[in-house]
Design a protein around this ligand. Sequence first.
Ligand code: CO
Length: 138
Amino acid sequence: MIGKLNHVAIAVPDLSMAIKLYEGTLGAIVGEPQDEPNHGVTVVFINLPNTKIELLHPLGSNSPIEKFLEKNPAGGIHHVCYEVADIISAREKLISNGAHILGNGEPKIGAHGNPVLFLHPKDFNGCLIELEEIKGDH
Ligand code: CO
């Protein structure tokens, strides 16, 4: 059911420091910060030849990243995102297998303009999983 690894998201306590690290020290191509108020995050995309890295920084109050950074003050891997061809059929299959969908269970539009869902980490070895619907790439 899952396809390509779309991105790995890393929560960072200091966005400009993290940009310098990826651009300067690691020599990656780093995009401009994008505010995603619906998700409570500022996102920076880093394009690698085979996947993407997303740097996540809290935006506004009650950001989901805020709590994560309280537990992980230096930052850390926040979630991995796998591509699916049909997010609703993926969701139905997951629910029938006992997995829990976060939030109200309905897909939201993610940072790339595609529908996304998040799966509860307790069902997946402590790893928060994002599913992103990518049409016509499977
Ligand atoms: Co993501």
